[in-house]
Design a protein around this ligand. Structure first.
Ligand SMILES: NC(=O)c1ccc[n+]([C@@H]2O[C@H](COP(=O)([O-])OP(=O)(O)OC[C@H]3O[C@@H](n4cnc5c(N)ncnc54)[C@H](OP(=O)(O)O)[C@@H]3O)[C@@H](O)[C@H]2O)c1
Length: 328
């Protein structure tokens, strides 16, 4: 099934470029390998997705790049039809490293420019792939405005050089944004934040909108397939929230689709991940029809559980009290 492009709204960014109102995530967690994710990207292009949320740390940009080339060669889409996103990983914040990272991503994805490039995390702290949440890097440091801005200056130069059309931030907080936004020569066009019915981040969400920055919501379904090591007993399943189940039952649809409608109707750009065709087609289609009522939106607003799933424990520095410190 192909979804009519005219039905997929676009958001005009603060720099005049337009971003589709939904994208596909490409983080396979520990569950899906690079080829499986790339095959889903190919299927998603065919059914009408135009935005893809990539990142170097997801370890699959080369495979996804092959799929983009195939789609161009087959005439499915042209480069300018797609909105391709990537992110600089925490180990590449150093002077000159952002350019190197962007160049590697462009080579892997087989592109001449990106549509959006984010700073993935506001700290330069990293960890070995698939490590346990108790793992700590001895070089890890707390957030620093000076360090962050040194990385942002490199991001701004990527725009100047035409390597990316827009730049954005991710995993930020209101206080961090308040500190860095006044210092930006190029203000971020978008902010990636964790956003799902059980974690609505209302203050950050409203702040982002008030600054003319588009909120892009990750884990929009509550990341049910995230690795076991990233789950805690307190975590709430979005698809089991009473307001979500009620709205799903009223329509005879999966609760995941209610989560996506909620994000879209709230003014965010959700980036759901799925490798099963019926799921990713349904995810795209659901933001074009059968919208939630104002009453249903109000019920979901009341079901916020302040339940952060991506806590970032592995990025903590020596002396940090707990993961909450990352989010101050
Ligand atoms: N900026 C950041 O730091 C950051 C952090 C996390 C994620 N992200 C981005 O956000 C994307 C999405 O987050 P996520 O992948 O963690 O979580 P998610 O999109 O909330 O959940 C994805 C999972 O939901 C299930 N699902 C998807 N569509 C469904 C449907 N229609 N019906 C039933 N189940 C459905 C699938 O489970 P099955 O696998 O069982 O089918 C899928 O693996 C990532 O891929 C990544 O691109 C960014």
């Amino acid at each position: 099934m192909t979804i009519d492009q005219r039905k997929i709204e676009k958001k005009v960014l603060n720099n005049g470029y337009a971003m589709p109102s939904i994208g596909m995530g490409t983080f396979g967690s520990d569950k899906y390998n690079a080829d499986t994710v790339a095959a889903a990207v190919y299927g998603a292009i065919k059914c009408g997705y135009r935005m893809f949320d990539c990142a170097s740390v997801y370890g699959n940009e080369a495979e996804i790049g092959k799929v983009f080339r195939r789609a161009f060669e087959e005439g499915l889409v042209k480069r300018e039809d797609l909105y391709i996103v990537s992110k600089v990983w925490n180990d590449m914040h150093g002077d000159g490293d952002v350019l190197l990272s962007c160049a590697k991503t462009l080579k892997d994805l087989g592109l001449g420019y990106l549509d959006m490039y984010y700073i993935h995390w506001p700290v330069p702290n990293f960890h070995p792939p698939r490590c346990d949440v108790s793992s700590r890097s001895k070089d890890a440091v707390p957030f620093s405005v000076d360090r962050y801005m040194a990385t942002w200056r490199q991001m701004e130069r990527l725009v100047d050089a035409g390597l990316t059309r827009s730049i954005g931030m991710s995993n930020m907080t209101v206080s961090k944004l308040e500190a860095v936004l006044p210092l930006c020569r190029i203000v971020p066009a978008a902010l990636e934040l964790e956003l799902h019915p059980a974690f609505q981040q209302k203050e950050l969400f409203e702040y982002t909108l008030s600054k003319g920055i588009v909120p892009v919501g990750f884990c929009p379904i509550g990341s049910p397939s995230r690795p076991e090591r990233d789950k805690t007993p307190e975590d709430v399943a979005d698809c089991e929230l009473p307001s979500i189940v009620r709205a799903a039952e009223a329509r005879g649809i999966h609760p995941a689709l209610v989560c996506l409608k909620w994000a879209f109707q709230s003014g965010a750009v959700p980036i759901p991940f799925a490798v099963t065709e019926s799921k990713y087609v349904g995810n795209l289609k659901c933001i074009t029809e059968d919208f939630l009522t104002a009453e249903e939106m109000a019920e979901i607003a009341k079901d916020d559980k302040d339940c952060r799933l991506v806590k970032g424990q592995v990025f903590l520095w020596e002396g940090a009290e707990g993961w909450e410190e990352l989010w101050r």
